[in-house]
Write a protein that binds this ligand. Structure first.
Ligand SMILES: Nc1nc2c(c(=O)[nH]1)N[C@H]1C(S)=C(S)[C@@H](COP(=O)(O)O)O[C@H]1N2
Ligand SMILES: [Mo]
Length: 455
């Protein structure tokens, strides 16, 4: 069997039947005593598949799907491009947007940013991911005349235009991560329901607006105020005017944090229509679905919200671990709140080829989490046998991401995987796999790995 044939075959097998591919590389499933040792035929097949010798093969954990085979290569000509990927990523064609964004759905429009396009300290608008649940309203041209209502459990119901919002309150600008609650969903096995995000349902932009807390104080919360409910101008996909495309909410303490903003500018420019302009919420650290676009109304409730996206398994995770793929028991679910810790390598991109003899590699990336903050970021060139702490930049403000950099040796020519593992301030690290399976795949934050071929 030629190596090219082996490459395609094993790669196809990893995509079509990962268990079987795993068995080919790591030994037969039935032979449990020997399973987990990579060697002999397995190592040869894997070497052929990834396109080189594997310097740290003795450290490869049992059952690892090589990064070169697990993900589509971002860079053309990389080690993963030799085989035939059955699903070619569909690139985005949208005014003002980078064509490197990957379309995950077109009705509604959803597109993610591959990790290597998140290499800017501040994510440019052109590279910022897009997530819609309904139709995209055309709200261009309304700008300062757009009106917003605050009602429900408040002493003074407020109705103001964006123009009034800008003049009545003190604006703030913070650089903050916005991240889809389903980011990392594609890492779950068996496949979870919803858009198959890798790590690219996130971006970090400078948001300018008025703190929501200031507006809520102006409205005066009644003692019965418990929860918010957010409403926007985007029609439901079906066009049914009695249905909301999305309507989520949060407990009052989260709504009263100083970083939650009613935003009209992104990276110093008027908030683009696709990102919710003229105005949206940005509620950092919690699922992006709270950051309501085309914001029309916030109703303060005396109980948890029950709008579109608040019930069933939407934005909910299992309390006690459930059987992956199993039936959901309603009483075992809680609302997804703070997002888990995540680190990504933004440079180089997965599938990079380096000249023979290259002996060092410089890595760059980002790390963020929900409410806790990043304690450290570590990288590995040997499948996690040893780790090197990356240099991190101080975040500009709370909820900003941490940019990091590190250099690692590449002692020989061959196939490497470079791994990143971020740790939050409670000591929690990214795991090896997306663990806590839930029907809609929230909380998947395994370490990010890229494949690099030297020589
Ligand atoms: N009105 C409205 N707001 C919305 C959504 C939506 O479908 N409609 N999607 C939410 C979700 S799920 C996410 S992840 C973010 C995405 O924001 P972006 O498209 O600006 O990246 O917007 C949130 N706000
Ligand atoms: Mo989302």
């Amino acid at each position: 069997m030629s190596s090219r044939k082996a490459e395609r075959t094993l790669k196809e097998l990893y995509i079509d039947d990962p268990e079987r591919a795993d068995a080919v590389v790591f030994g037969r499933r039935t032979d449990t005593s020997r399973r987990g040792f990579l060697g002999g035929a397995g190592l040869a097949a894997m070497g052929a598949a990834v396109g080189g010798a594997i310097p740290f093969s003795e450290s490869i954990p049992a059952g690892l799907v090589p990064a070169a085979l697990a993900q589509p290569a971002a860079a053309p000509g990389g080690p993963a491009s030799g085989g035939q990927a059955p699903q070619r990523p569909q690139t985005l064609n949208f005014p003002g947007k980078d064509s490197g964004l990957v379309v995950l759905g077109d009705r509604p429009l959803v597109a993610e940013t591959p990790e290597h396009l998140l290499d800017d300290d501040t994510t440019p608008i052109g590279k910022f991911y897009i997530r819609n649940n309904g139709q995209i309203p055309d709200a261009t041209g309304e700008s300062d005349k757009w009106s917003i209502t605050i009602d429900g459990e408040v002493n003074n119901k407020l109705q103001f235009t964006v123009g009034e919002l800008k003049s009545r309150f003190q604006p703030k600008t913070y650089r903050m991560v916005l991240e889809c609650g389903g980011n990392g969903r594609s890492f779950f096995q068996p496949q979870a329901r919803g858009n198959q995000w890798t790590n690219g349902g996130a971006g970090c932009a400078e948001w300018t607006g008025v703190p929501l807390v200031d507006v809520l104080k102006a409205a005066g919360l009644k003692h019965t105020a418990k929860y918010t409910a957010h409403y926007g101008a985007d029609p439901h996909l079906s066009g049914d005017p009695t249905k909301d495309a999305l309507s989520r909410g949060m407990p009052i303490p989260k709504a009263m944090e100083e970083h939650g903003l009613i935003v009209w500018a992104m990276n110093g420019e008027p908030l683009p229509n696709i990102h919710g302009g003229p105005v949206r919420l940005v509620i950092p650290g919690w699922p992006g679905s709270l950051s309501h676009k085309w914001l029309k109304k916030i109703t303060i409730r005396d109980r948890e919200h029950d709008g579109q996206g608040m019930t069933g398994t939407s934005y909910r995770v299992a309390i006690k671990p459930m059987v992956p793929g199993g039936k959901a028991d309603d009483s075992n679910f809680r609302i997804l709140e703070s997002m888990p810790v995540r680190g990504i390598i933004t440079n180089p991109s997965n599938g990079t080829k380096l000249h023979a003899g290259t002996r060092m590699i410089a890595l760059r990336g980002a790390a963020w989490d929900g409410d806790l903050g990043i304690a450290r970021v570590d990288v590995s060139n040997d499948f996690g046998a040893t780790w090197t702490q990356a240099k991190t930049e101080a975040p500009r403000n709370r909820f900003d991401w941490v940019r990091w950099a590190a250099s690692l040796p590449l002692p020989f020519d061959g196939y490497y995987e470079l791994w990143v593992r971020a740790t939050d301030s409670s000591g929690k690290m990214q795991p090896h796999i997306a663990g806590s399976w839930n029907p809609q795949g929230y909380g998947g934050n395994p370490m990010h790995r890229i494949a690099v071929l030297v020589g």
